[in-house]
Structure formats: structure tokens, C-alpha cells
Design a protein around this ligand. Sequence first.
Ligand SMILES: NCc1[nH]cc(CCC(=O)O)c1CC(=O)O
Length: 310
Amino acid sequence: MHHLPNPLIIATRESRLALWQATHIQAELGRLGHTAQLLGMTTQGDQILDRSLSKIGGKGLFVKELETALADGRAHLAVHSLKDVPMALPEAFVLACVPPRGNPHDAFVSNTYARLEDLPQGAIVGTSSLRRQVLLHHLRPDLRIQPLRGNLDTRLRKLDEGQFDAIVLAAAGLERLGLAERIRMQFPPEQMLPAAGQGALGIEAPARHGALIAALQPLSHPPTWLATVAERTISLALGGSCSMPLAAHAVWESPGQLWLRAAWGDPAGQRPLTQVQARAQVENTDQAQALGQQLADALRSAAGLGDSLP
Ligand SMILES: NCc1[nH]cc(CCC(=O)O)c1CC(=O)O
């Protein structure tokens, strides 16, 4: 039998964005009458900046060290960008709650050009995301796409130093850090379909801590939960890794009617982009998973991926 710890300790990465997100959840818990404190931690994903995430073990690197703090009892819950949370968590942990989603779109950021269309032939665009890379290549095969890692401030600094003509970042991160004025253009999903879970937060807790999981439920937003379950089911079905050239984005067209789109690209740019979509009445987690699974199967056959994936 667990009771609710007081104070609740929230494990978080120490980037400005992660701290904003954890502080936001701390305040939400405060409004529910709980006292919460932050435990800042540096993860391997934050330390290794010279190699791409897909090469060093994926976005799970951002999550693992926070899970160790939960397992040790040094912290009770962890706040993550949902985009960085692997679909399959270790058995001892659950995604206890997904709060309302922020801006899910990608942002075009440049000091010179107002829109992607304005970039000259062969312009240099910074992004390390395989998804952004393949979608940019699809829109503008002439662009030279170069790696860009580090936290948001670091990425903007590299742009300002003149290393790139433009960069592409998540709008949610810029907005949370008060940097919305850096957004020159927001990509519509038709141009750049977001990653699964983009713009949403995920709160992770020990699976056995029933009292804590129950206490987090008032922060949950069922429409965001169901949409992101559908999106994340596609990631899981296509191999479970977040470091894939995969986009998956769901929107509510009307109450209960979920529209799910997905895209898969070839990072080498040899094969054309594959895009699929489906709609379904979704009222519970099983139906959201079924829609995600259906679209994953459609994507797999349309892209000629067969049964095995890299
Ligand atoms: N991969 C890093 C990451 N994880 C979450 C965000 C932004 C916030 C979000 O998408 O929810 C970012 C930065 C970015 O993609 O530009």
C-alpha cells in the first residue's frame, strides 16, 4: 500500500525546455494541492552532442537516467517531451498521464528568409532529425541538409553565427521558451507532418505506485492521450525506435472522429516519400491502437517495407 509522498519529487533533464516543462507540471500539481520539487539530471543524450541520436542509441538516452532516479526512489515521477519517450517502456514504469498538447507543428527559423520557398537553390538547412531531413528533401531536393544538435539555445546560436541559412525546430519548444518571435513560418502538416507525440508531454511513474498514478489523472487530457496513442502505435509497429524517418500525426475532425496521417521516407533520398492516412471513430485506447496498427500496416505495404525493418 502506497500513500502519496510529500513533497513529490519530479525528475527532469536540465535543458531550459525540460526545466520549463517540469516546472509547468510542478505548478499544475500545486493547483491540485500537491507540493512538488524538481530533481535536475544530466542525461547521456544531453552530453553526447557530436554524433546523431540515431547513431548513439536513440532518444531513449534522454529517458533512461531519469528512470534510474525513479527506480532508486530519488524521484517519484519524470516529465518528458512525449516525442522523446520510447513507445515500449521497461515493465517497471508506465506513462501515467499525457496533459493537453501544445503546438504540434514544426517551425521554419531563419534570419534572412521568411519561408522555405524563399531559400535560394542549394541553401544550407540545419536539422538532425531523420524525419525533417526526408520531408525537407521531398519539398526541396536542392537543399543541403546539415546536422544540428544541442538544446534549443545552442541550435539558435549556431543559426545566428551564420552556419545555416535556416533551421527547423519544434514550434512547441520555441513557444515554451518565449522564443515564438523566432518562428518565421509554421509548417502546415501537409508540408511537414509532425513526429508522433510532438508538442505533448508525458509523465512517467513507477508502475507499482497506484496512489501516485491516480493522483496524476486530473492532469490527463483524454483527446491528447488517444491521439498520441494512435501516433505512437505506428512508431511501435514500425520497430519501436524513435530514430526513424517516420512522421505520425492525429487530429480530431469532430468529437470522436480521429484523422491519422503518417509518412515514411528514405533517408538516402533514393525512394519517394510514402504517405498514408485513415479515419476512425475512436473513443478508447484500444480503438486508438487499432487505428494506429491499421495505418502502420498500410504504411509498411505502401513503402514496401516488408516484415523486417532496420
Ligand atoms: N528531439 C528534441 C526535442 N524533443 C522535444 C522537443 C520540442 C518539444 C516537443 O516537440 O514537444 C525537441 C526539440 C525539437 O524537436 O526541436
